[in-house]
Design a protein. Structure first.
Length: 559
């Protein structure tokens, strides 16, 4: 449950971020979790603590994928002098699923087609934001001026209005009818968490070969089953699923995924990068493309850093290890071409989603446990449509009714509407602005995404009009441009983010991270992390994969 607390500053220092995290944990009666969460979400030890700068010259590493996981792995490996080739299927973009769409050349009007926020708890994400000197500001998560539109009823986003107008549409028990929906949600998802000891709760952010029975139980139950176990009626489950479509979309997924969001208070204090989240992968690229980057500081001599070769527009098609414990061949081709090429590397960082890895030719096959994870790991569909309007209609009206950020939710197929906080750069309602007019997941994402490209914006506009109480076709007169992306249909992603089904955490996480080909192929990405669906997971596992390669080289080479 979100907690209101201290004022969120611009560009918070590490101390300020930790104060915010401490505050929300105290409000949730879990202050004892603070040191564990900080420890587990901090970046790993710097790679130069494993081996000296420049000590791995002429050792070749292939990084598969130019998303945040691949970029962070390359950034760290370069400190030791590795010779790195990054294979990226996109022809002119890095970032993977971090994707900011700009509507104007000045890049002042934009929408996020991928992730749009990050938590104060995500210390590895902040490590790089601070390193690159990127500016940040609070991301508005909840705002009472936004709307909840359920079963044709539109109310402002406050518990009293929901209780008065929307509750009667559902078959609730008398006690549920008297309980604000945030309390019902907390009962459903936080009661079990609070029943665990701090040491057991710590396992939520750990990659372990075997978990405690309490964690395995949470993983075995679906979100719906835990709601039933905590005594919620079917009417209450239906009501919560309607006003919070994130719950409704993931009822059949593992309850553990909810624990992984609640335990580190992921949604309590959120931030965005000024100018769009794509500024983070762009900062990585600018550093990696520079022969004399400043980010490493004076402690790493310029002649010690490794070489970087970007292979844009190149799709990896297979991996082969000819001799056990030796180098790995990477097979690839230019996108749209049938001419396959081969290069040999000493190590590989596989930072592409398992949905894509599933299509690669592997000789020999990875371990049976890894192959099962690649085949069955659940990758959730996600769809976004962002609109540029000639005026910010959501900021019109009396001050108390203006929407200056946050999100509206609905049981319609668009699921949620987000009023991008950066539109406050243009505070006058008559100036152009951008909203995320549709952000949905799982089945609704597939359903909307299956319409033709010219049909999707029409459906989205009609539903946004309903949520806002606008007359039909009103938005046609002020819509300037739009961009829509169904991640399930994106060829280099084939899904939005990883969200495990029941028992998949226990079965797949440990095996997903284990190296293959006798310790020559390592894995990184949100899909092999404890922070699934967050940039934190991609960045942290990228650093960990780099450190593992450094450790492997250290065990073979006396420094």
């Amino acid at each position: 449950m979100d907690v209101l607390g201290p004022f969120q500053p611009l560009n918070p220092t590490k101390e300020e971020r930790l104060q915010l995290l401490q505050y929300v944990l105290k409000e949730n009666h879990r202050s004892e979790d603070f040191p564990n969460i900080v420890e587990l979400l901090n970046p790993p030890a710097d790679i130069t603590s494993i081996a000296p700068p420049g000590s791995c010259k002429n050792i070749r590493v292939a990084v598969l994928g130019g998303g945040l996981a691949g970029l962070s792995a390359a950034f760290e490996l370069r400190k030791l002098g590795f010779n790195i080739t990054i294979f990226e299927a996109e022809e002119c973009r890095v970032g993977g699923r971090v994707y900011t769409h700009y509507f104007d050349r000045k890049k002042g009007l934009y929408g996020e087609l991928g992730p749009m926020r990050f938590s104060v708890a995500h210390q590895t994400t902040w490590h790089y934001i601070d390193l690159f000197g990127l500016n940040t500001r609070p991301f508005v998560q909840n705002e009472e001026s936004t709307y909840i539109y359920v079963r044709g009823i539109r109310v402002r986003n406050n518990p009293e209005a929901v209780q008065r107008w929307i509750y009667p549409q559902f078959d609730l028990t008398p006690q549920e009818a008297q309980t604000p929906w945030p309390e019902l949600e907390a009962k459903a998802f936080e009661t079990y968490l609070l029943s665990l000891t701090p040491e057991t709760r710590k396992e939520i952010l750990q990659v372990k070969k075997a978990y405690s029975p309490e964690i395995n139980l949470a993983d075995a139950l679906s979100a719906r089953e835990i709601m039933e176990k905590e005594g919620l009626s079917e009417g209450a489950i239906s009501m919560l699923s309607s006003i919070n479509p994130f719950i409704g979309s993931f009822l059949d997924n593992s309850y553990f995924e909810q624990l992984a969001e609640i335990y580190p208070a992921n949604f309590s204090y959120l931030y965005e990068i000024n100018g769009g989240l794509s500024k983070l992968p762009e900062a990585f690229y600018n550093s990696l493309a520079n022969d004399s980057p400043n980010e490493y500081g004076p402690q790493i001599p310029k002649d010690a850093i490794g070489k970087i070769n970007f292979r844009f527009g190149h799709q990896v098609t297979g991996l082969k290890q000819w001799d056990e414990k030796k180098s790995v061949s990477v097979y690839f081709k230019s996108v749209g071409s049938q001419d396959f090429q081969e290069e040999v590397f000493d190590y590989v960082v596989c930072a592409i989603p398992f949905s894509n890895l599933r299509l690669l030719g592997l000789c020999p096959q990875f371990s049976s446990e890894k192959m099962q994870a690649i085949r069955l790991q659940n990758m959730s569909a996600a769809q976004k449509t962002v609109f540029l309007f000639s005026k910010q209609f959501w900021e019109e009206g009396p001050p108390e009714e203006r929407i200056m950020g946050g999100g509206s939710t609905t049981d319609l197929v668009i699921n949620s509407i987000w009023y991008n906080p950066h539109t406050t750069d243009f505070p006058a309602p008559q100036k152009p602005g951008v909203i995320t007019a549709s952000y949905n997941w799982t089945q609704d994402s597939v359903r909307l995404g299956n319409f033709k490209d010219d049909e999707i914006p029409e459906i989205v506009k009609r539903q946004v009009e309903k949520v806002h109480g606008l007359s039909p076709f009103y938005l046609d007169g002020i819509a300037i441009d739009h961009k829509t992306l169904q991640w399930n249909n994106h060829p280099w992603s084939l899904g939005g983010f990883t969200f495990y089904n029941p028992q998949q955490h226990r079965l797949f996480l440990w095996n997903s991270q284990q190296p293959e080909y006798s310790g020559r192929v390592f894995f990184a990405g949100e899909h092999v992390s404890v922070s699934r669906a967050w940039m934190q997971g991609a960045l942290q596992t990228g650093m960990e994969a780099a450190n593992s390669i450094a450790q492997s080289c250290r065990s073979c080479t006396p420094f």
